[in-house]
Design a protein around this ligand. Structure first.
Ligand code: PCD
Length: 805
C-alpha cells in the first residue's frame, strides 16, 4: 500500500469514490436469487394472517360472525375491532394527526377496508377462513367526489361528529379535514385584479398508486420468554416504526427490534403504518407465535396508501410581455376515509407550497382544503417529496396555459421568468429558501440538445400537413423545468409524529483498514450499499470495495428517520461525510504521532497523511487504522470509529430540464415517445451510473402516471383498477429510450454539495409527458385536459376538436 509509484489520480481511481460509475455491489445477491425479502422470512411455528375486507365503500357493519371460520381446522384466531378495543388498538394514529380504524369499528369508509383478521396455520387456510367469516352490512350513501362531499349531509366520520377543530385547525364541514394557507392572499388578489393578463385553469392530478413490485408485509415475532418483539417488515422508516410501536403498545423500545430486510421498491408506499402491522403484532402476542402478513396485489392497489388526487384551481398573472407577477392556487385534496397523508407534521399538504416552481414570482397565495371521501386513505409521496409532483405539475401546466393566453413561446416564457443564478439563495413567495440553482444554463443546454428550433419548425410543417390531409399524426413537444425540494429536516421545521427528521451514520474502521458503515436510512433498490461506501472512500481514503454498508436493523443501526422524500443523500449522505471527517480528524493526530511531527504539519493526500513539504513521508489510512488499535498513542483512546447525527440547515433544491417529443395518432389515440431528454442537476454526483438508473426508473414511472396509470372509482366507490390488468405498469415494451444529461450546481450547505435525485425524474417527467400531449393539440384549440392521457382520452380530445369528421 505504501506505494509511491502511483499518481494521486491513480490512487483516487483505485478508491472508486465519488464520481465513479461503480457497479452496484448489491446486484451480486439480487441477480443470483440471494435477496432476502419479508416473504422469504420463515420462522419456526409461524402462523399466517389474512384480512376480511369490506366489499362496500360505505356501510354500517351490523354483525360479524366468526363461528364457521373458527371451526375450520387450522384456524387459530379471528380478530375483530371488539377484540382489539380492550387493548385500545382498534384505532391507530395516522401520520397526519388523524386516527384510523385498524379493524372496522361499526362502519366501513372505503372498499377493501379491513374488517376482521384471520390467523391460521398456513396462508391457504387463512384465505379459506376469510371466506367463512359472515359479515352483515347495511349500505350507506357513497361519496367519491370531494366537491360533493363538502356539500353533502352524509357524515362520513361519525367519530368526529361535532368536532370543529382538527389536527390542522378549524373544520368547515363534517367532511372537511383542514384548510392550509400559505403566502399573501390580499396582495395576490390585488396583483390579479391589476394584471395585464390572467390565465385561469383547473388542473387535476388524478389518484394513482406507487405499486412497488413487492407488496407490503411483515412478520411479527413476540418471544414470551425474553419479552422481545422482533418485527420484520417492508418499512421505509424502521426506527420510526420502532418508536411508534413502543408508544402504541407500551412495550419498552429496547425490547423491540425492527428489521427491514431487502425491500422490493418503496416509492412512498411503505412509509406509513397499516392495519396488517398492528394485527400481526397483536396476533403474535396473543398466540405466542410468529405471524406473517403479506398482502396480495389487489389489496396493495385498493387499500394501501394512494398518491395525488389533487384538484388545483390556478390563476397566474403576467404583464403583456410575459413577466409573471402573481400566482394563486386553491387545491381541493381528496384524502379518502382517514387523513393518513405521510407528510412532515407542520405541512398538511406536504411541500405543495413549492408550486411557484423555478420562477421568480413575487407574489403568491396557496390554500389547500383536505376532504374526506369514501376512498382508501393515504396521500403518500409517490416518488416525490411530499406533494412536490403535484406542485410541479400545477405550475408547469399553468405556464403552458399562460403561454397560450400570451401567444408566446412556452420555452421563452420560462426563460424570462426563471430565478437567475445570482438570486440564490432565493427566498420564494411561499416561504422556501432555494439553496442553489442555475436554471438558464440548464435550459439552454436542453433546448440546444434537442434542437428546439428545429423541432418547432418540424411541428409547424406537421400542422400544415395535417390540415392538408397528408397525415393523421400530430407532433407534441413537452417542455418542463422543475425544481424539487428534498432532504427533510431541518428538525426545527420537519418532524413526523414528533420525531425530528435528522439522519445518521456510524462508521467503524477495522484494524486492517476495511470498514463497516451503518445508516439510519434503508435502501429499497436505490443502491445505498454502493453509493454511501463511495462517499466514505473519498472522505477517508479506503477503497469503496473494502467498506460494508448495513441499514435497516434498529438493534445495530444508529437512529434515523429512513428513506423517502429523496432524503438519504441530503441528510444521511451528509451524516456519512461528517462521520468520515471525524475519523479523518483522529487519523490526522495518529499520523502526526507516527511521523513524529505536529498535527498541523501533516496534510491529507487522497488516501494518506503526508508531512507538509515532504510527500514521501506519509502514513496511509490503512497504516493509521492498524496503529489506532495496536499502538499506544499518548492522549488518544484506541480505536477508529465515529457516528454523526446530522440535522441539515436547509433542504436541497435539485432541478432539471426535461423535453419529451411525442407522436400522436388522432384516429386511435395512440402515442409514441420519439425522444425524451432529461437533464438533471443534483449537485455533486456520487455515482453517475446509479443516477442514470434513477432517472430511467423515475421517468418510466412518470410515463405510467401521465399516460395511463390511475386508481379509478365508480359512483358506488368500487375500485375499477385493482389489478395489473387495469392498472398500467409499463414493461420494457412500453418504455421508450431516454437521453440523460446533467449540469452540476452543488448545494452550498451540504458537506459534499450533493442534492437528492431519486424523485426528480418523476417530478419532471409527468409534466413533460402531459405537456407533450397538450402541445400536440394546442394549435387546434386544446387548453387543458386531465391525465392520465390513455388512448381513449386522447381519442376523445381529438373528437372534441372535431378531428373525426
Ligand atoms: N445519488 C447519487 N448522487 C447524488 C444523489 C443521489 O449518486 N447527487 C444516488 C444515491 O446515493 C442513491 C440514489 O442516487 O443511491 C438515490 O438517492 P436520493 O435521491 O438521495 O434518494 P434516496 O433517499 O436514496 O431514495 C429515496 C427515493 C424515493 S423517495 C423514491 S420514491 C424512489 C427513489 O428513491 N424509490 C425507489 N428511487 C428508487 N429506486 C429504486 N430502485 N427503488 C425505489 O423504491 Mo419516496 O418519498 O419514498 O415516494
Amino acid at each position: 500500500m505504501n506505494d509511491q509509484t502511483l499518481t494521486p489520480e491513480e490512487r483516487a481511481a483505485n478508491l472508486k469514490g465519488m464520481g465513479c460509475a461503480r457497479k452496484r455491489v448489491e446486484d451480486v445477491r439480487f441477480t443470483q436469487g440471494k435477496g432476502n425479502y419479508v416473504d422469504d422470512i420463515k420462522l419456526d411455528g409461524m402462523l399466517f394472517g389474512d384480512f376480511v375486507r369490506s366489499p362496500y365503500a360505505h356501510a354500517r357493519v351490523v354483525s360479524v360472525n366468526k363461528e364457521a371460520a373458527l371451526a375450520l381446522p387450522g384456524v387459530v384466531a379471528v380478530l375483530t375491532a371488539e377484540d382489539l378495543a380492550p387493548l385500545g388498538l382498534h384505532w391507530m394514529p395516522t401520520l397526519a394527526g388523524d386516527k384510523q380504524m385498524v379493524l372496522a369499528d361499526g362502519k366501513v369508509l372505503f372498499q377493501g377496508q379491513e374488517v376482521a383478521y384471520v390467523v391460521a396455520e398456513d396462508r391457504y387456510i387463512a384465505a379459506d377462513a376469510v371466506e367463512l367469516v359472515e359479515v352483515e352490512y347495511e349500505e350507506l350513501p357513497v361519496l367519491t367526489d370531494p366537491f360533493e362531499a363538502l356539500k353533502s349531509d352524509v357524515v362520513l366520520r361519525e367519530d368526529l361528529e361535532g368536532q370543529t377543530e382538527g389536527a390542522h385547525g378549524p373544520r368547515k364541514h363534517h367532511n372537511h379535514i383542514f384548510t392550509w394557507e400559505q403566502g399573501d392572499k390580499d396582495a395576490t388578489e390585488a396583483v390579479l385584479a391589476e394584471a395585464d393578463v390572467v390565465a385561469e385553469e383547473m388542473v387535476y392530478y388524478h389518484r394513482t398508486h406507487p405499486c412497488p413490485l413487492e407488496t407490503c408485509g411483515c412478520v411479527a415475532s413476540m418471544d414470551k420468554v425474553t419479552g422481545k418483539l422482533t418485527l420484520y417488515g417492508t418499512f421505509q422508516a424502521p426506527h420510526a416504526i420502532r418508536t411508534v410501536v413502543s408508544l402504541i403498545s407500551g412495550i419498552a423500545e429496547h425490547n423491540i427490534r425492527v428489521i427491514s430486510p431487502d425491500i422490493g421498491g418503496g416509492f412512498g408506499n411503505k412509509v406509513g403504518a397499516y392495519a396488517g402491522y398492528v394485527c400481526s403484532v397483536v396476533a403474535s402476542i396473543v398466540t405466542g407465535k410468529p405471524v406473517k402478513w403479506v398482502e396480495d396485489r389487489m389489496e396493495n392497489l385498493m387499500t394501501t396508501a394512494f398518491a395525488r388526487d389533487y384538484w388545483m384551481q390556478g390563476k397566474i398573472a403576467a404583464t403583456k410581455d410575459g413577466k409573471i407577477t402573481g400566482l394563486w392556487c386553491h387545491t381541493t385534496a381528496d384524502h379518502g376515509g382517514f387523513d393518513a397523508c405521510a407528510d412532515p407534521t407542520k405541512f398538511p399538504a406536504g411541500f405543495m407550497n413549492i408550486c411557484t416552481g423555478s420562477y421568480d414570482i413575487p407574489t403568491a397565495y396557496l390554500a389547500v382544503d383536505g376532504v374526506y371521501t369514501n376512498k382508501a386513505p393515504g396521500g403518500v409521496a409517490y416518488r416525490c417529496s411530499f406533494r412536490v409532483t403535484e406542485a410541479a405539475y400545477f405550475i408547469e401546466r399553468m405556464i403552458e396555459v399562460l403561454a397560450i393566453k400570451l401567444n408566446m413561446d412556452a420555452a421563452e416564457l420560462r426563460r424570462i421568468n426563471f430565478i437567475k443564478a445570482d438570486q440564490f439563495p432565493y427566498q420564494s413567495a411561499l416561504g422556501w429558501e432555494y439553496d442553489s440553482g442555475d436554471y438558464h444554463t440548464a435550459w439552454d443546454k436542453a433546448l440546444k440538445a434537442v434542437d428546439y428550433e428545429g423541432l418547432r419548425a418540424e411541428q409547424a410543417q406537421r400542422i400544415e400537413d395535417f390540415k392538408a390531409g397528408k397525415t393523421r399524426k400530430l407532433l407534441g413537444i413537452g417542455l418542463t423545468h422543475f425544481t424539487e425540494i428534498v432532504g427533510a429536516g431541518p428538525v426545527k421545521n420537519c418532524d413526523i409524529l414528533g420525531l425530528g427528521m435528522f439522519d445518521s451514520c456510524e462508521i467503524r474502521i477495522h484494524p486492517t483498514g476495511s470498514a463497516i458503515a451503518r445508516l439510519g436510512t434503508i435502501s429499497q433498490g436505490q443502491g445505498h450499499a454502493t453509493t454511501f461506501a463511495q462517499i466514505i472512500a473519498s472522505e477517508i481514503g479506503l477503497p469503496a470495495d473494502d467498506i460494508t454498508l448495513e441499514e435497516g436493523d434498529t438493534d445495530t443501526a444508529p437512529y434515523g428517520l429512513g428513506t423517502y422524500g429523496s432524503r438519504s443523500t441530503p441528510v444521511a449522505g451528509a451524516a456519512t461525510a461528517m462521520a468520515a471527517r471525524k475519523i479523518r480528524a483522529k487519523a490526522q493526530m495518529i499520523a502526526a504521532y507516527l511521523l513524529e511531527v505536529h498535527d498541523d504539519d501533516v496534510e491529507w493526500d487522497v488516501d494518506r497523511f503526508a508531512v507538509k513539504g515532504a510527500p514521501e513521508r506519509f502514513k496511509t489510512m490503512k497504516d493509521i487504522a492498524f496503529a489506532a488499535y495496536n499502538q499506544a498513542i499518548p492522549g488518544l483512546e484506541p480505536g477508529l470509529e465515529a457516528v454523526s447525527y446530522y440535522d441539515p440547515p436547509n433542504m436541497t433544491y435539485p432541478f432539471g430540464a426535461y423535453i419529451c417529443v411525442m407522436e400522436i395518432d388522432v384516429d386511435t389515440g395512440e402515442w409514441e415517445v420519439r425522444q425524451f431528454y432529461a437533464l438533471d442537476d443534483c449537485g455533486t454526483r456520487i455515482n453517475p451510473m446509479i443516477i442514470e438508473g434513477q432517472v430511467h426508473g423515475g421517468v418510466t414511472e412518470a410515463l405510467a402516471i401521465a399516460m395511463g396509470q390511475e386508481i379509478a372509482y365508480d359512483d358506488m366507490g368500487n375500485v375499477k383498477t385493482g389489478t395489473l390488468m387495469d392498472f398500467f405498469l409499463p414493461t420494457a415494451w412500453e418504455t421508450p429510450n431516454y437521453t440523460t444529461d446533467h449540469t452540476v450546481t452543488p448545494s452550498p450547505h451540504h458537506p459534499i454539495g450533493a442534492k437528492g435525485v431519486g424523485e426528480s425524474p418523476n417530478v419532471g417527467g409527468v409534466p413533460a409527458f402531459s405537456n407533450a400531449v397538450h402541445d400536440a393539440f394546442k394549435p387546434f384549440g386544446l387548453v387543458q385536459s386531465h391525465m392520465p392521457h390513455d388512448h381513449w382520452r386522447i381519442w376523445k380530445i381529438a373528437s372534441g376538436l372535431g378531428m373525426h369528421g
